[in-house]
Design a protein around this ligand. Structure first.
Ligand code: NAG
Ligand code: NAG
Ligand code: NAG
Length: 500
């Protein structure tokens, strides 16, 4: 009987839960079915198919195989997806951010439009070839784990122009590896583990990037096999010296910033006749260069020197000549403000030019910083004086209202003074302790009061004035003791004296 009741009740209770769970599941399935995993659109006249960021392990069926830009980045591909072979018009294939580690499939040989292949951020540890030729122009293999590259890997890419192998684990490459890539123009090898500048044989290479590679050594003939090289980036390495007669007939831009170079010689750049841009920031130069270091570089137009601690010791004329050479027109020092002395201490922060001039022509020097300081001091003094004068004026105009002058009592003694003035004097009395008798005799206030009693003196005889003075003193003192409001008493006394 009890179970007959409990079972339906349980069902009634569970039903909504079961139903809602089913609904949720249906909704999720619908969502997956409804939103196609790949977007298709036309941009720049090319049909794009975007299947990126979808966690795909395989490509969905029924994709438009005429797509020209195929974006498959950030998925879960461990191999090249099998459906890929049905495409053939692809110009750009982006497979970055997957788990690929196998050589590129041979059917890509038939993709004669393929120009750009992005395989960055995958799991390649070696790069080999299966012998087919590919039409690829731009190949991105950065952010893999490549430590070995097949000698012939790029002989099969006759159209290759741009190759990015940065952020891998390459510590050496055979010199001939690019010799068959006749169109290779730009090669990025930054963030690898080279110890020397590789001596590639590449007649076409124009730009070589070897930044952050732990390179400590440059061989004098490293660049000889790169007959078109224009730009060499060796920044952020551990180079301590540029070899004498380091040669390239074509090199125009040399980036040696953030290395450990501490000196140049007249032969550092003597075999780089087309050198135009030179970045030597963040090295360990101390001795000011000589203009003779650049005697063979007529096209030099940009030099960067920031972050070196120049020593101006000796104050030789080099300071002046090199400063002028680097800052005058055709040759432009880009960071002119970096040509400043670090030592000795008496010229720290002065430019090479200033250090020289100050040392040898101390009188003629103009001192703009000091002039400015003097000007500022003058302005400050002016402000202070002005404010003092203003305060003085204010205090002169005030006392009438705030505080009665000491002579007020005098007027009271005249007997013609008004009551409020007497009151204001009385208010001041409690602040003073009661004077002793001796003190009272010497009290200046009453003395001065009587001296400055013009009205009283004019009206009365001088004799009375003198007498009243002595008696007033005494009377005033006594009356003040014990009675704060007795200030009016002197007035009465004087009145009596006047009557006498
Ligand atoms: C791809 O092409 C093969 C034949 O080469 C065919 O069997 C297959 O159905 C095609 N796949 C798609 C998705 O079109
Ligand atoms: C040289 O390399 C550094 C660091 O890689 C970079 O910041 C700088 O812009 C480069 N200099 C030039 C002139 O390109
Ligand atoms: C700085 O000190 C050096 C000695 O170390 C001296 O030869 C030079 O004249 C001084 N320069 C200036 C500008 O005072």
């Amino acid at each position: 009987m009890a179970s007959d009741v409990i079972l339906p009740a349980l069902l009634v209770w569970l039903l909504p839960t079961l139903v809602s769970a089913g609904v949720v599941r249906r909704q999720a399935e619908d969502l997956e079915e409804r939103s196609p995993p790949c977007l298709s659109y036309v941009m720049d006249g090319l049909l794009h198919l975007d299947c990126s960021n979808r966690g795909l392990k395989e490509l969905p069926d029924e994709l438009d195989t005429t797509a020209q830009v195929l974006l498959l980045s950030n998925n879960n591909f461990h191999t090249f997806p099998t459906q890929l072979q049905n495409f053939s018009r692809v110009v750009t294939l982006d497979l970055s951010g997957n788990h690929l580690s196998h050589p590129i499939p041979s059917y890509l040989e038939n993709w004669d439009k393929l120009q750009t292949l992005d395989l960055s951020n995958n799991l390649y540890d070696t790069w080999t070839t299966n012998g087919q030729k590919y039409s690829i122009k731009n190949l991105d293999l950065s952010k893999n784990k490549i430590n070995a590259v097949d000698d012939r890997a790029f002989t099969t890419m006759p159209n290759l122009r741009f190759l990015d192998l940065s952020e891998n684990r390459i510590n050496d490459l055979p010199p001939e590896v690019f010799s068959e890539a006749h169109k290779l123009d730009r090669l990025i090898l930054s963030r690898n583990y080279f110890s020397d500048v590789p001596s590639f044989q590449s007649p076409s290479l124009r730009s070589l990037h070897l930044s952050s590679c732990q390179i400590a050594n440059i061989n004098v003939d490293s660049l000889v096999g790169m007959g078109s090289l224009v730009e060499l980036d060796l920044s952020m390495n551990q180079v301590e010296a540029i070899p004498e007669n380091f040669a390239s007939y074509t090199l125009q831009e040399l980036n040696l910033s953030y290395n450990s170079i501490n000196a140049l010689t007249d032969n550092s750049f003597s075999s780089l006749p087309h050198l135009a841009v030179l970045d030597l920031r963040g090295n360990e130069f101390r001795d000011v260069w000589s203009t003779s270091h650049f005697a063979s570089n007529p096209f030099l137009r940009q030099v960067y020197v920031k972050g070196n601690r120049w020593s101006c010791e000796g104050f030789s004329v080099n300071l002046l000549l090199t400063y002028e050479f680097l800052t005058k027109e055709p040759t432009k020092i880009v960071d002119r403000e970096s040509l400043i002395c670090y030592t000795p201490s008496n010229v720290t922060q002065l430019s090479w030019q200033q250090a020289y001039i100050r040392t040898w022509h101390p009188v003629e020097t103009s001192t703009p910083p000091f002039t400015t300081i003097a000007l500022m001091v003058g302005v400050i003094i002016g402000i202070v004086i002005t404010s003092c004068v203003c305060r003085g004026l204010v205090s002169i105009t005030r006392p009438d209202q705030s505080r009665p002058p000491p002579d007020t009592t005098t007027l009271n003694l005249n007997g013609t003074a008004t009551q409020p003035r007497v009151e204001s004097v009385i208010l001041r009395v409690p602040l003073d302790p009661p004077p002793s008798y001796e003190d009272a005799l010497l009290m200046p206030r009453l003395n001065s009061s009587f001296h400055s009693l013009p009205d009283f003196v004019d009206e009365e005889e001088p004799r009375n004035y003198r007498r009243s003075r002595s008696i007033g003193d005494l009377t005033e003192t006594r009356s003040r003791i014990g009675d704060r409001r007795s200030m009016r008493r002197p007035v009465e006394i004087h009145a009596r004296i006047s009557i006498d």
